[in-house]
Design a protein around this ligand. Sequence first.
Ligand code: FRU
Length: 521
Amino acid sequence: MKLGRQILLFIVVFATLMSCKNTNSDTAKNEKTQQVRQTTTEQHRPLFHFSPQSGWMNDPNGMVYFKGEYHLFYQHYPDSTVWGPMHWGHAVSKDLVHWEHLPIALYPDSIGYIFSGSAVVDEKNTSGFGKNGEPPLVAIYTYHDMAGEKSGKNNFQTQGIAYSLDNGRTWTKYAQNPVIKNPNVKDFRDPKVMWYEPTKNWILALAVADHIEFYASKDLKNWEKTSEFGKTEGAHGGVWECPDLFPLKVEGSNTEKWVLIVNIGNGAPNKGSGGQYFIGTFDGKTFKNDNKPTDLLWLDYGTDNYAGVTWSNSPDNRRTLIGWMSNWQYAQVVPTTTWRSATTIPRDLTLRQTPQGVRLVQKPVKELEILRGSSQTIAASDIQDFKIIDSTSVAKEIELSFDLSKSNAKTFGVVLSNTKNEKVEIGYDAVTKQFFIDRREAGKKSFSDKFPSRQTAPRFSSDNTLKMHLYIDVASVELFADDGNPVLTTIFFPNEDFKTAKIFAQNGLSHLLKGQVWALK
Ligand code: FRU
């Protein structure tokens, strides 16, 4: 009996020591992450896009606005620059432009790696996690059991929850995780949760192999499946991942539509991973597509905007999307050093009635204007060959409008270049009626034969005024064409920064109506 108690005591002391060890190593890891400061001397490190201080990053996760802060969590492996045991990295911003790195929010545990998911403010404390009248933040994420996967099981992905009572600084995992068990399907992940007021339910959209499943809950802990969508709708070139579901007003009207974003791991318009979306109705249980099952709507035609989802709880019904600025085709081999990947700039979403139907429109968030430094206005003129832009700053914003009725150039747009004869062309092809970004001669490319490419997007507008709005950073360009539809996001890795920018017109002239260029601080 005495011996039994001693053994018990030993077990308790040992377990306590082990749990301390765990906490200490978590702290050590956090310190390590904190110590490596972001410097702009690293080649290819973006200047105004979010990137992890060090290590690997993929999808943005759990974005939620709370008490004046935009939280950005992200798929993170701090110990390597390639994908590995997934954590939730964490950063906050008051303006969506300047980000403060915070310690890792969620570490892998005995149930598994922490895959993608979302976070909500549980205003009514439906979960009971809140204390002293303060609502908890609740994160809902996928557990990925690596050992289970390796042993050939199918049910290695489940959904778990965690909560924070200190503005997202520290998180406690729910003791009874997982909250959604796996019905024996391999791909069962990336829960996105929202509050649905008419039925006073939490709604969860989950990517399940080739479709989306919707679940409902009163308390974020007990979930019931309500419907499925998509087995025979949209693009199916790859596994469905990272969904998002939200209502939006159509610009200039009171009509509300529901948007269902579904990222797919392969088969995007310019190859590899990308984001599609559906427009329709949602009644708290079922999503119905307004368009034909074969209609494909793409969030971004560039190769480098994946896993894009939106912030929950933003003020004034704001819907802001941010994506992972890479592509699974080559994400793990891009030539950066201490870190891999960045996010896109945040974009406000609206819906617009177009001749083709209601479409999603993306606008760079207004807050980005605080980055604008010295500016140059370019007056209306005919462009033949080249017109040099004054600014030699690498980070730039460029807004151009052209009059197609006074242009006969085959292609026109902007070319970025350096002294090593490397270049990126961003433009419009008047013959094929396509916008394009050509990075075939943009510098480093031998790391993947999937990387060099000329990416295209259809022009949807038939207006004679054609618009291009560009955000250019050290290693990326984002083109918002015709006020945000279509959009192309593309990364590149020049051997020397692109300091020269020119407006170009080839095989004819193009009539510039107005140009505005800002060096970005
Ligand atoms: C998308 C994705 C998600 C998954 C995560 C793992 O890029 O594959 O489906 O949760 O990355 O890191």
